[in-house]
Design a protein around this ligand. Structure first.
Ligand code: B12
Ligand code: SF4
Length: 546
């Protein structure tokens, strides 16, 4: 047994983008460890979106027992920098055990462990895995790292990947029992709230459908089973966040309604009564993600039940819904294995709109097997649905994420280049149609010039601010920029049909024309006192010259 407290540091590697996110992953783990081990441990958290990587004091960090790093897409360079600093001067040097968890470790552990042989990777949920390791360390003081690593594996701690004798070994996957989970330890909440960042709550994990070809939900958890957290825990967290001054809560759920309309109705009812009694602030609003399937009759609930759920959600302050419709072309929807049709998508959008929700739309315009006809069908769908000037980013590429069904399909069809890009966590893809390939690369050039600016505006729309005139204006403005994207896309289609996309000069001139319009739009925008002017939007826009 140890004589001293086990010192643990958890580092969230989110990048300081224009969107500040509460580092919920590490806060959840800190809450769970504190609950399970109490006084025996000392947990400290650090977020690289709140503090720059340069502030890390490595002399201090080298003295702790365990360093847990929560990896995020785009953060692998930061992870490597921390690991370099922690690497031993010579083999006898005592140093912390380093554990990598989070999205990059979950989906890229094979590659990471080939490069970073001393670390332990956690695949998917970290609660049981990290607790298992901490328990082992509490029992074995002063055990060398190499011995600890093999002990970790011998103990069959779940969800672990490790490199021993040049081979990557993986322990069995295990789902966390969410009914027993404790609330996160939100040490970093106040700083996030003060800076107007985004605060989240977990209502459930997993998805009641779980078959979409491109989706990682299955491999993330080791099963796609939809699992709700205890409703009382969810409500407790909302109340605590309200007391901390939070006005908008983003749920992390992949599938908020999941398998139970009754549960959502109960949650909404409870929120309404706690708003009435003043326990939750009246203006508190919520953002959730939902699948079109949840909104279809015969998928768990009748039409009446579904409308009742949505109406009660609306009354409780659920304001924004992310709906992953992904496509308006039935051939593409079949490739995506969404289990819905374009008509189902249209219907779901209409229902949500009619009930007054703001709908953030997930749309994957380009996929490697797409034809020009599919693309045109998508555009017609978006025109019919009146979505061309919508502020969501609808012209996106499918991401080829490791450990998904899509990867197998694309490999068989020869559309995948082998090497995983560990930083962006996707495989580079090829497009079967040369026309689509040219279209994608021309559009990519356009986004290289404009996306940074657009993301700044999008970032201003997220966060704590309640719905307001400024916010509505900002949405409309972003919508105008998205409309410009579509105009360009349609012009690119016409060019392609006339063999024009093969002419680099023609494409460049076309993009230059659109960029002039883009910059003109941006130069007209200034909202005194808004986030935009605080972020020197004009200066930012000016950087994107051709
Ligand atoms: C919030 C969120 C975002 C936010 C903030 C991301 C951030 N950097 O913090 C925003 C909106 C910016 C975002 C953007 C994107 N996201 Co996102 N996002 C989420 C979401 C909805 C919630 C994350 C969360 O807080 N979960 C709750 C916490 C508790 O879980 P967690 O962080 O995963 O932590 C658990 C485990 O991972 C593990 N763990 C984590 N860290 C550590 C550390 C240690 C030491 C250990 C032991 C364990 C461990 O234990 C924790 C408890 O079980 C997830 C979906 C989901 N439900 O998880 C998608 C998700 C992570 N996002 C995803 C994607 C694709 C993206 C984008 C690429 C989208 C896009 N096309 O632009 C971008 C990438 C931007 C970026 N650099 O991260 C995918 C990743 C899939 C993949 N394999 O690539 C997910 C899984 C959604 C999905 N189902 O497809 N995202
Ligand atoms: S509905 Fe969403 S979460 Fe469920 S499998 Fe499809 S993409 Fe994944």
């Amino acid at each position: 047994m140890r004589s001293q407290k086990l010192k643990i540091v958890l580092i969230d590697t989110s990048l300081p983008t224009d969107e500040l996110n509460e580092p919920l992953g590490v806060e959840v783990l800190a809450g769970e460890l504190t609950h399970r081990f109490g006084e025996k441990i000392d947990v400290c958290m650090l977020s690289l979106s709140l503090d720059k990587i340069e502030v890390i004091d490595y002399d201090w960090l080298k003295k702790v027992d365990l360093v847990g790093i929560s990896t995020k897409i785009g953060s692998y360079d930061n992870v490597k920098q921390i690991l370099r600093q922690l690497s031993p001067v010579h083999s006898s040097h005592q140093r912390p055990l380093v554990i990598l968890g989070g999205v990059v470790a979950t989906f890229g552990y094979e590659q990471i462990l080939m490069e970073q042989r001393d670390v332990v990777c956690i695949i998917g949920e970290g609660e049981d895995a990290l607790s298992g390791i901490v328990e082992l360390m509490l029992e074995n003081e002063d055990t060398p790292i190499s011995k600890l690593k093999s002990e970790v594996f011998n103990r069959t701690i779940p969800n672990i990947a490790i490199c021993i004798n040049q081979s990557v070994l993986q322990s069995e996957r295990k789902l966390v029992d969410l009914a027993k989970c404790e609330s996160p330890r939100r040490d970093l909440l106040n700083e996030v709230v003060v800076r107007g960042g985004i605060v989240r709550v977990e209502g459930s994990r997993g998805c009641s459908w779980g078959h979409c070809s491109f989706c990682c939900v299955n491999s993330k958890y080791g099963s796609c089973r939809w699992r709700p957290f205890d409703e009382r825990k969810v409500i407790r967290e909302i109340v605590a966040l309200s007391h901390a001054g939070v006005k908008m809560i983003y749920f992390t759920d992949e599938d908020f309604i999941g398998e139970s309309h009754e549960r959502v109705q109960r949650l909404a009812g409870k929120i309404v009564s706690l708003k009435d009694s003043g326990e939750i602030c009246k203006e508190m609003a919520f953002f959730v993600s939902m699948s079109v399937k949840s909104l279809l009759p015969n998928c768990g609930a009748s039409d009446e039940e579904m409308i009742r759920t949505l109406t009660e959600m609306r009354m409780a302050g659920f304001r924004e819904i992310f709906l992953g419709i992904e496509s308006g072309c039935d051939r593409q929807l079949a490739r995506y294995r969404k289990g819905v049709t374009s008509q189902d998508n249209l219907r779901a959008l209409k229902i949500l709109k009619s009930l007054g929700f703001y709908v953030d739309i997930g749309f994957l315009m380009f996929d490697p097997e797409m034809t020009l006809d599919d693309l045109k069908e998508n555009i017609s769908f978006l025109e019919d649905a009146d979505l061309i000037g919508h502020d969501s980013r609808l012209i996106k590429r499918l991401r080829a994420i490791p450990h998904t069904n899509l990867i197998n399909t694309l490999t068989v069809k020869g559309l995948l280049r082998e090497q995983l890009d560990i930083d962006s966590l996707q495989f580079p893809m090829q497009f079967a149609s040369a026309s689509i390939s040219r279209m994608v690369s021309a559009f990519q050039q356009w986004e290289n010039l404009t996306l940074k600016t657009v993301n700044v505006i999008q970032g201003c729309l997220r966060g704590q601010e309640a719905e307001s005139v400024i916010r509505a204006d900002l949405r409309a403005f972003l919508g105008e920029l998205r409309r410009l994207d579509f105009e360009l896309l349609m012009e690119l289609i016409t060019l392609e049909e006339n063999n024009g996309l093969k002419d680099g000069g023609l494409v460049e001139r076309c993009l230059a024309r659109y960029l002039e319009r883009f910059n003109q739009h941006c130069s007209q925008v200034d909202y005194p006192g808004s986030h935009l002017s605080q972020r020197s939007f004009k200066n930012f826009g000016g950087r994107s010259g051709l």
